[in-house]
Design a protein around this ligand. Structure first.
Ligand code: GLU
Length: 439
């Protein structure tokens, strides 16, 4: 099944249990709008290359379309549709006034120079500027995109808009709200960088220490502290590992696209020092590490596949979709899977894991801290406010705890798994907001 088919299968499974409004289901079975564009980019050697860009505007019943832009060689329309669908559900689960969208470019950005990367980022905006804006569609970072890229995009969007019509200073300020995940210098929010990881940490803590249910029995490593494996050591994987490590969890394995490392003694690794080693070899394109977690020599090198099957309490997929699938589901030993990537578990794998008593904290809840903080950034830009990091993380914590409780209560009410429960929470909210043309 394709990624989008997997996403719709999740919706179908949830619908069987929660019985949502039939009209809403029909609407959510496909995106409202899909846009494809050719993006010409002048390369440093003078040649011209055409890249394929996508933007999917899935649903805007609750507010402007919202979702990141991914730079990855495997990006295609099917994937972007799935990711935009998940954004629709996610924004409703974390209860922010946005709908769902997503974008992407089929490119391996690590093969570009910094100048080429900038031209591609600006080229994306030139291709899509007519369909984005603070009250229309609000992009953000995703896999392989970052504050620097958002800065170029935001700058390009403001430039193009101001070229076309007269814009007052106040309107210009608000145009900054078109992109979230910008650097603080370019109007981004304090705390946005660590927000997705922090949100995942808060949700996991809420699950493990929730007084309304008997505590989950974890095996625990050295001294009985919970053990964690993190697949993917980008922004999200790094920060979730860091918050867990700082709170006393044992992070015993991490990986990136080049491979994985495992602390066989289960004593735990320090994510900061791993990141330092990974960064030591410098960067390509100005922002992608040449090095890898595999450069840390005091640990055992294993493969990404082996990492997923380690005997740990908590497994955190924090990279791409479909990594937990029918081929490895029966070999996965973690009690809890915290989905920090979007769509890491296929529906077939989910059945196997739930069947053996595993708990899956779904992506639409676990990684919702990123977009929740994007909303805080959008709000600050629209109202000319600047919040402190402390305030951002405090508001984020409250939001994630509230979202967890809503999902948890829904799972108790429907006697169902957390993904179905999250879909139930989301569909109810989207249904409340949806109006169809005949009404
Ligand atoms: N790309 C992130 C996600 O998948 C963040 C999206 C956003 O902030 O709009 O949730």
């Amino acid at each position: 099944m394709s990624t989008f088919q997997n996403a719709l299968e999740q919706l179908k499974r949830a619908a069987k249990i929660i019985n949502p409004d039939a009209d809403l289901l029909a609407v959510l079975n496909q995106p409202r709008r899909t846009i494809e564009a050719a993006i010409p980019v002048r390369m440093d050697d003078g040649s011209l290359r055409i890249f394929h860009g996508y933007r999917v505007q899935y649903n805007n019943a609750r507010g402007p379309y919202k979702g990141g832009i991914r730079f990855h060689p495997n990006v295609d329309m099917d994937e972007v549709k799935a990711l935009a669908f998940w954004m629709t559900i996610k924004c409703a689960v974390v209860d922010i006034p946005f709908g769902g969208g997503k974008g992407g470019v089929a490119v391996d950005p690590k093969l570009l120079t910094a100048h080429e990367l900038e031209r591609l980022s600006r080229g994306y905006v030139q291709a899509f500027y007519e369909v984005i804006g603070p009250t229309l569609d609000v992009p953000a970072p995703d896999v392989n995109t970052n504050p620097q890229i958002m800065g170029w995009m935001s700058d390009e969007f403001i430039r193009v808009t101001c070229n076309m019509k007269h814009v007052t200073q106040d309107e210009k300020e608000k145009l900054k709200a078109t992109f979230t995940g910008k650097s603080v210098e370019q109007g981004g929010s304090e705390g946005r960088g660590e927000a997705t990881g922090y949100g995942g940490f808060v949700v996991l803590e809420a699950l493990l220490h929730n007084s309304t249910h008997p505590p989950l029995k974890l095996r625990g490593g050295e001294e009985g502290l919970p053990t964690v494996a993190v697949q993917g050591f980008g922004n999200v994987g790094f920060y979730v590992a860091k918050f867990l490590h700082d709170a006393g969890y044992r992070v015993v394995a991490v990986s990136d696209s080049q491979g994985a490392i495992y602390d066989k003694r289960q004593l735990g690794m320090d994510p900061d020092s791993i990141m330092k080693t990974k960064k030591a070899k410098g960067a390509i394109g100005g922002c992608y590490c040449v090095g890898s977690v595999c450069d840390c020599e005091n640990y055992t090198a294993i493969s990404n596949e082996e990492l997923l099957e380690l005997p740990v309490d908590i497994l955190i997929p924090a990279a791409l979709e479909g990594v937990i699938n029918q081929n490895n589901a029966s070999k996965i030993k973690a009690k809890v899977i915290l989905e920090m990537a979007n769509g890491p578990t296929t529906p077939e794998a989910e059945s196997v894991i739930l069947g053996r008593g595993g708990v899956i904290v779904p992506d639409v809840l676990a990684n919702g801290g990123g977009v929740a903080t994007s909303y805080f950034e959008w709000f600050q830009n629209m109202h000319n406010e600047k919040w402190s990091r402390e305030r951002v993380l405090q508001e984020l914590k409250a939001k994630m705890e509230k979202s967890f409780t809503a999902v948890w209560d829904s799972s108790a009410r429907h006697s169902t798994d957390l993904r179905t429960a999250a879909y139930s929470v989301a569909l109810e909210k989207i249904a409340e907001a949806a109006t169809y043309s005949a009404e």
